[in-house]
Design a protein around this ligand. Sequence first.
Ligand code: S3P
Length: 164
Amino acid sequence: MKNIYLVGFMGSGKSTVGKILAEKLKMRFTDIDQLIEKEEGKAIPQIFKEKGEKYFRELEKKMLEKIQEEKNLVVSTGGGLGADRENMEKMKKNGLVVWLDVSFEEILKRCEGDQNRPLLNQPVEKIKKLYDKRIPIYKLAHIHIKTDNKKPEEIAEEIIRNAD
Ligand code: S3P
């Protein structure tokens, strides 16, 4: 089975849904952020702080290339990875790309007080700008799933129905 890539903004449920989806499809689940943290031996906020965002984006690109050598994976990607046109094209060539679409209001609710995501640690207007800028790239995904008010289990089922 070809890899399935979950893309979407921070807090869209990529990891939670990804684990359920992998179980249902008998595929392996992997999370690019976790792979990066493991390889660097540091948490993401620390990588951002010590090396900067640009360095982190390079790590994401390298990790994406590395995992593309494997098959049968459900991949949870960081919110910025799927918002990069080049990464998006690579994922689309390699597998099925699913956009978990979540409203901005819902993100604010879900991520209130979040200390693990450096890009949420800025004024709401700036986060909204980032959100608006990313949508046109996420839209390039093969499948679009609206996730507000849906349970992760339902979302996984919807992905399976749409993937057929
Ligand atoms: C980021 C999203 C995070 C993580 C990093 C940057 C982003 O992943 O990769 O903090 O640029 O949107 P999640 O989308 O899993 O929160």
